[in-house]
Design a protein around this ligand. Sequence first.
Ligand SMILES: *Cc1c(COP(=O)(O)O)cnc(C)c1O
Length: 393
Amino acid sequence: MKRDDLHLSTRAIHSERGERRTNRPIAPPIYLSSTFESADYDQQIHLEKTKADTFYTRYGNPTLSLAERSLADLEGAEAAVVFGSGMAAITTTLLAFLKQGDHAVFQREIYGGAYRFAREFLPRYGVEVSWVDVADTVGFERAFRDNTRLAYLETPTNPTLKLLDIEVVTSAAAKRGVLTFIDSTFATPFITKPLQYGIDGVVHSATKYFGGHSDLLGGVLAGSSEVVETVKDSLRVLGAILDPHAAYLLIRGIKTIGVRMEQHNRNGLEISRFLENHPRVRRVFYPHLPSHPQYELARRQMRGGGGVVSFEIEGTLDTAKRFADALTLVRIAPSLGGIESLLSIPCLTSHAMLTPEEREQADISDSLVRIALGIEAAEDLKADIDQALAAST
Ligand SMILES: *Cc1c(COP(=O)(O)O)cnc(C)c1O
């Protein structure tokens, strides 16, 4: 069978293994070794020079290589590199490409950690940052200058699931020789493959859907061999590597991401429709609802609406808190992408540092609730949400 013809869910199970059939374990081995011996000195020099994954684990490790092969295949990338967390992937990538005197354009609605890094850290190193709203499609082109090195993007955004029209930004960036990086954590390659739109590097928090079981932290960058090698070279110095134990869990998680994403998408659509018809709900944010302001773009750019749905409860912050407390299946916790459904109230957690005016501008009202849906049966989730909405009045 031609490998390129295989479905993504099949590739998620088989691509880490490569084509060759040999007598080897079906479950991959965990190489815990921090270092690797050489047969003789010439071999060691060769291992170091060729950047082998059997030299020293901060430089590479065979278990990490398996995860990287699989992640590159899923994104349709030449190469990938894994990190100890999503933030490690983001900061190492940005530090690898930016230097003093550079200018960078950041989408305004991005993950809080990336936002802080661009606002607090990059200026310390003499990098100037401009901000563009996600919906301001032409704003990126307008923000590019002669010294603009890169644009940093994210879609869909948290918690209101706004979408970036990727192609508009990549075509403007290509004309100016600006590199583009995108955080695709909420989408995964099962929904959007940003490299197809000309993105130079895709980052993910592998803590979320790739890991899938809320039991590891990890990150990944996928892109051309050149982009990945540049970042790997910085990673060897910055040191934010993934632990081989966690890499094993990540490989294991990746194998089931196909069925998990199908169920996340199904739950997302069913629960968001249910919420939209619920009298105690004022407004629902979900990309694949026809009421989403960018529904047409969502259908074009996303093969599924994803597992995150946000909604405004009729009432106040106290109503939202009572709703959260009354849930029995859905747990109160940050994060997303796991098999279990988790709830957060953005104005109290992820967006607490914004002023009330900034929150209003970003559509984050006090009674906005985000549920990162797991893969439970939709009927059970609906029943739990329904009884908690009744109890919240
Ligand atoms: C969680 C998350 C991150 C950060 O990942 P960590 O693994 O927690 O470091 C970055 N981007 C998005 C969109 C996330 O959801």
